[in-house]
Design a protein around this ligand. Structure first.
Ligand SMILES: Nc1nc2c(c(=O)[nH]1)N[C@H]1C(S)=C(S)[C@@H](COP(=O)(O)O)O[C@H]1N2
Ligand SMILES: [Mo]
Length: 217
């Protein structure tokens, strides 16, 4: 279905942006600007994504941790919440200023699970069955990396990856995996979906993927 994989890491950044646009343009027919989305585009590499509710949602934590387990949505809501307002920046160029996200720091969830000394990275997986992301452990522990439950002060909609998505504020939006369902602590970085197709694991806005522009400057 997606042609982007074939070109993989050899593709130049500019071509990758085009490929991202093409590959994501229409597996679903829902892509493009979301109605009332305030400039957000709907992206999903999976053709259809199941809906999860407060009753059946689970976030599993496993890998190199002392206490593997799963969090329900009420449990996540009961943990300390952090709210941040930043610009959202997709690597293909679109940007949405001053967007609030709110949720639990990923570091809080990692600390609760007890990360082992041999751990170096985190792999994030999604209940769309396809997408994945990765962070170094140092990145994952930043205060501006959230397991987000709210966007713009409302529960995350299904279209935006609800009920729970990752939110990596300082990086391009592809790091912010939608429909988050798994956190696996690993001994090395395992590149995520777009990273296997040439995107940088270290996706700092303005400093990666061959981009010299810095929208935060
Ligand atoms: N599960 C999943 N998460 C994903 C993606 C995706 O296709 N699937 N696309 C990424 C990209 S490239 C962007 S720009 C944002 C888009 O988020 P939005 O659909 O809420 O605008 O989600 C990111 N997280
Ligand atoms: Mo993106």
């Amino acid at each position: 279905m997606l042609g982007a994989g074939a070109l993989s890491v050899a593709a130049a950044p500019a071509l990758q942006h085009v490929l991202e646009g093409v590959a994501q343009k229409d597996p679903t027919g829902l892509s493009g600007l979301l109605p009332n989305g305030g400039g957000f585009r709907y992206y999903s590499v999976a053709a259809s994504v199941p809906h999860k509710s407060a009753e059946n949602y689970r976030l599993t934590v496993d890998g190199l941790v002392d206490r593997p387990g799963a969090h329900t949505l009420p449990e996540l809501r009961a943990l300390p919440q952090t709210r941040m307002v930043r610009d959202v920046q997709c690597v293909t160029g679109w940007r949405v200023p001053d967007t609030s996200f709110e949720g639990v720091r990923l570091s809080t969830i990692l600390d609760a699970a007890g990360v082992r000394p041999s751990a170096r990275a985190v792999r994030l997986t999604c209940f769309d069955g396809t997408y994945s992301e990765s962070l170094t452990l140092q990145q994952a522990r930043r205060a501006d990396v959230l397991v987000a439950l709210k966007m713009r002060d409302k529960d995350l909609s299904h279209a935006h990856g609800g009920p729970v998505r990752l939110y990596v504020a300082p990086m391009y939006f592809y790091k912010s995996a939608k429909w988050l369902s798994g956190i696996t602590v690993t001994d090395e970085v395992r590149p995520g979906y777009w990273e296997e197709r040439g995107y940088d694991v270290d996706a700092w806005v303005g400093r990666s993927n061959g981009r010299g522009d810095d929208p935060t400057a």
